[in-house]
Structure formats: structure tokens, C-alpha cells
Write a protein that binds this ligand. Structure first.
Ligand code: NAD
Length: 497
């Protein structure tokens, strides 16, 4: 059986903690690899390597740093299919969807090629008598990223590409459920010319995470995962004075106004609710039709579409979605459906009994659709992270606006309408970080930035875009005066301009 270690100091090293976790192949249900779970000492070894390598990397001029990323992009393109297959095999998503996972990471690497421009400082000549003032941006040193299972290519690239372009060394702690692609990305960065020690991957669980959080040589942590862990990481990082940004879970609503193009709205809902088996932080898990007629028309169109979803193994190019990531995830989602029934929601389509012929041990689940879901139900309040869509009927626009605004999560939201006034008012007033207007999964392109509000995001600054440069650098301002022509003498008052 394949065993996966860590990537430290420019090479794969075996785990020494004696602890491992199973990596499943969700489409068959088999264990396909064992991944090492790092101890505190192994994390420390990675930090030592990073710390030793970082000063020379920071001193390398910015164009040379991003040339490594340029070469890395070529290598990702070369090995794209191999990586997409590996990703699909470990995660369960379909191969076309795995290609998208890689591509949305690649877009951020492309953005990072322009970071030398964004690191430029500012300069004011003559800010006072004989005084010039300038600001510069310097890397933080050693920084870390802790990432979730659901985008094992995209989110690691969102983290390490800007950090490394800014001159930092990086410790990546990917999800222990699908560590294969993150390890491969580190190998490709080395092949692209990155000095050993600048990108390290430590595989592991809570023990490795806690070692990262407590390590005083790590200056910043970027986390993506569920909200309770995000909050824990945010709070614990503060104890060692780390800069920290933690992105959490979601409950993304899609509002369907009475004037919406219903076919377009239904297509959008199908892809956004059931794509990747609903295991996306920007998945739509709540549909909000406005008015009874809209709701009835929506349900009439949605039911047959959900019933005819094509579920298949990750290798089936025609499948709409594949299995869930683990047996536990499958059980958790099934339990939520049971809870919804008990709470009194109407289960219009029941996918719990779905079995994939020839893959009976895989972690498959059919699409589920709930109608008449209300605000007080757990299936509305909590993140399910599976192929389950809840329909909450709203009487009017104001109620539709208040649902996502009052929800404890605030990652993404969408409105489908033909009316510019409603769309504009919705975008301005809704209390959510990323808004789509007739767009179901409004993940901003790489030169904007990604981040949710409320319990979907802890800390300051978003991921990628110009925010990532601010997050991975610190600003220094230099006030200078050259002595010639300056009057001598001590001054005891506060200098003013
Ligand atoms: P998770 O919170 O279980 O794990 C995320 C990371 O934290 C992993 O690396 C894991 O090893 C580590 N971890 C898990 N338990 C820990 C603990 N007790 N202490 C310390 N570290 C721990 O999340 P997941 O199941 O891998 O991913 C799914 C979640 O991620 C969903 O909630 C989804 O909405 C969220 N997500 C959010 C975004 C975003 O940008 N907001 C993007 C993708 C996924």
C-alpha cells in the first residue's frame, strides 16, 4: 500500500511519529494509502528548514522569485491530467471537476506573477524640511497554511503562491483525507527551481496543527475549513501573536425572484447545489423562491431534475457528481436528512437509498430536496456539506433579503432576477461577503479576493488578490533626513509638519 510521508527540506521524508491515517478511495470505499501524521518534532523540523532557507529567498529579487512560479505553471500544465486523476481518486469528485479545482488554483498562481508590482512601496519627497519618506513591504518570514479536504489543489495554491512570491517560506498542513495532490504540488515547485525549505508539507491532524499554532517562529497562519475549527485556530494563534485569517463554513442562499428566468435559475441551482456532491464552501444549500407562485413553479421544475441526477464514480466523465469523501461524511449527511424529516420539512426527493451498481462500498448518496424548510430548523441553521438542497419559501423581497443577512454564516449568496433595482438593492444591503447576480457560485476571479463574513471568516483581509500581498507582508515606513543644510540643535517638542 502507498505510504505518504511529509515534504521537508526539498524531499519527501517518512513519518517518524508512528501514527498514520487511512486515505480512502471514495468511489470504491477502499483504503488506498496511509498518510503519516506529524508529531510536534516533525513540524519543528519543517519550521527549522523553512527558517534557514527564508532569508536567502527574501533576498532573491522579486522577478526571480516569480519566475519559479512561471515554471511551476508549465509543470502543472504538463502533469495536469495525472493530478486531476489523483485528486478525483482521493477526493471523490469527478475528473472534469478536479480539473476545475486545479485551474482555480492556477489562476491565483498567475495572479502571483504580478506580485513584484504590488510589493512596490510609496515615496514622498519633501514630507518635511529636508525629509523624504518611503514605505516598503517586507515578507513576514515563515508562514503556514492549514487547508480542507474539499479543494486539495486550489486552496493550497491560494495560500502558498502569494506567500512565496512575497518572499516567505511556507509550511502547508493539508487535509489528511486527500494529501496526494498537495505533496505533488510541492514536488513540482522544487522541480520549478524553488530552493529546498521554502515550501514544506507536513501531513497530520490536530497534533500537527497545534504545533504550528504554538510555534513562535511562524508569523502567520491562514486556515480554511469548518467554522468551529476556524474559531479555535484564530483564538489559539493570537496567543503567540500570529497574524491569522481563518475561513469557515457556509450556508449559501440563492434567491429566486418572481421575474427570474426560471430555467436559468433551475440550471444554476442544480449545478451549485449538487456539483461536487455539495462539498463546496460556495455550494448553494438554500433556495429562496419569493411568492407562492414562484415557489410552486420552482418545485415543479426542480423535482424531476433532482430525481434524474446522474451519480457515478469519479472516473465517469458523464457523472454530475461522484461519492462523498468518507463514510463518516456520508453518514453525517444522511443523519441530517433524517433530522429534516423529524423537524417537519417535506422531503420532496429522497436520495438516501441510492446504491451505485458495481461500487456498492463507495460513499455515494443520491440528491435530496427539501421543501417547506423554516428558519428554526437545524437543516437550515447548520452546514450539511452534501447533496441536499433546502427550499425556504419567502413571502416577499424583504423576507428573502433578511434570511441570508440574519444567518450566522455569510460566505456567498445569489439573486436571480431580471430587475436591476432589486438586484442592486440586494447587493448593497445583504450581510454576506460574496454576492452573485444571476451567477450561482460567485467565487471572485484571482485579482479580486475571496472571503466570507460573520462565522464564515475570522480575522482581517481576504484570500488572494491584493489582500494576500497585505496579509503576507508587513509594511515598514522610513523617514529620512540628510544632514546638509539642516539647522543643528535639540528639539524637545513633538515633531509636526
Ligand atoms: P475541517 O475543519 O474538518 O478541517 C480543516 C483542516 O483543519 C484540516 O487540515 C484538518 O486536518 C484540520 N483539523 C480538523 N480538526 C481539527 C482540530 N480539532 N484541531 C485542529 N485542526 C483540525 O474541514 P474539512 O472537513 O476538511 O473541510 C470542509 C469545511 O471547510 C466546510 O465547513 C467548508 O465550508 C469549509 N470550507 C470553507 C472555505 C472558505 O473559503 N470559507 C473553502 C473550502 C472549505
Amino acid at each position: 500500500m502507498r505510504s505518504i510521508g511529509h515534504f521537508i527540506g526539498g524531499k519527501e521524508v517518512k513519518g517518524t511519529s508512528g501514527r498514520t491515517a487511512d486515505v480512502y478511495q471514495p468511489m470504491t470505499g477502499d483504503v488506498q494509502a496511509k498518510v503519516a501524521l506529524a508529531s510536534k518534532d516533525e513540524v519543528r523540523a519543517a519550521v527549522e528548514n523553512a527558517k534557514a532557507a527564508q532569508p536567502a529567498w527574501a533576498a532573491t529579487n522579486p522577478q526571480r522569485r516569480v519566475r519559479v512560479l512561471m515554471k511551476f505553471l508549465e509543470l502543472v500544465a504538463r502533469d495536469n491530467e495525472e493530478m486531476a486523476e489523483l485528486l478525483a481518486r482521493e477526493h471523490g469528485k469527478t475528473i472534469p471537476d478536479a480539473r476545475g479545482d486545479i485551474m482555480r488554483g492556477v489562476e491565483v498562481v498567475e495572479f502571483a506573477l504580478g506580485i513584484p508590482h504590488l510589493m512596490k512601496g510609496e515615496y514622498t519627497e519633501g514630507a518635511g524640511p529636508g525629509i523624504d519618506l518611503y514605505s516598503i513591504r517586507q515578507p513576514l518570514g515563515v508562514v503556514a497554511g492549514i487547508t480542507p479536504f474539499n479543494f486539495p489543489a486550489m486552496i493550497p495554491m491560494w495560500k502558498f503562491a502569494p506567500a512565496i512570491a512575497c518572499g516567505n517560506a511556507f509550511i502547508l498542513k493539508p487535509s489528511e483525507r486527500d494529501p496526494g495532490v498537495p505533496m505533488k504540488l510541492a514536488e513540482l515547485m522544487l522541480e520549478a527551481g524553488l530552493p529546498p525549505g521554502i515550501l514544506n508539507v507536513v501531513n497530520g491532524d490536530k497534533e500537527a496543527v497545534d504545533a504550528i499554532l504554538d510555534d513562535r517562529d511562524i508569523s502567520a497562519v491562514g486556515f480554511v475549513g469548518s467554522s468551529s475549527i476556524a474559531q479555535y485556530i484564530y483564538e489559539r494563534s493570537a496567543a503567540t501573536g500570529k497574524r491569522c485569517q481563518c475561513f469557515g463554513g457556509a450556508k449559501n442562499h440563492l434567491i429566486v425572484m418572481p421575474d427570474a428566468d426560471m430555467n436559468q435559475a433551475v440550471d444554476a441551482l442544480m449545478g451549485a447545489a449538487y456539483g461536487a456532491a455539495g462539498e463546496r464552501c460556495m455550494a448553494v444549500s438554500v433556495a429562496v423562491p419569493v411568492g407562492k407562485t414562484t415557489a410552486d413553479r420552482l418545485m415543479e421544475k426542480l423535482i424531476p431534475r433532482v430525481e434524474s441526477l446522474k451519480i457515478g464514480p469519479s472516473t465517469d466523465p458523464n457523472a454530475d457528481y461522484g461519492p462523498l469523501v468518507t463514510k463518516e461524511a456520508l453518514q453525517r449527511v444522511r443523519n441530517y436528512v433524517d433530522v429534516g424529516i423529524k423537524e417537519g420539512a417535506t422531503l420532496a426527493v429522497d436520495g438516501r437509498g441510492f446504491k451505485m451498481q458495481g461500487y456498492e462500498n463507495g460513499f455515494y448518496m443520491g440528491g435530496c430536496l427539501f421543501d417547506n424548510v423554516t428558519k428554526d430548523m437545524r437543516i437550515y441553521k447548520e452546514e450539511i456539506f452534501g447533496p441536499v438542497l433546502s427550499v425556504v419559501r419567502a413571502h416577499d423581497f424583504d423576507e428573502a433579503l433578511s434570511l441570508p443577512s440574519d444567518h450566522e454564516y455569510g460566505n456567498g449568496v445569489a439573486i436571480f432576477t431580471r430587475d436591476g433595482d432589486s438586484a442592486r438593492e440586494f447587493a448593497a444591503k445583504v450581510n454576506v461577503g460574496m454576492v452573485g447576480i444571476n451567477v450561482p457560485i460567485p467565487v471572485p476571479v484571482a485579482y479580486f479576493s475571496f472571503g466570507g463574513w460573520k462565522r464564515s471568516g475570522f480575522g482581517d483581509l481576504n484570500q488572494y488578490g491584493t489582500d494576500s500581498v497585505r496579509f503576507y507582508t508587513k509594511a515598514k515606513t522610513v523617514t529620512s533626513r540628510w544632514p546638509s543644510g539642516v539647522k543643528e540643535g535639540a528639539s524637545f517638542t513633538m515633531p509636526t509638519s
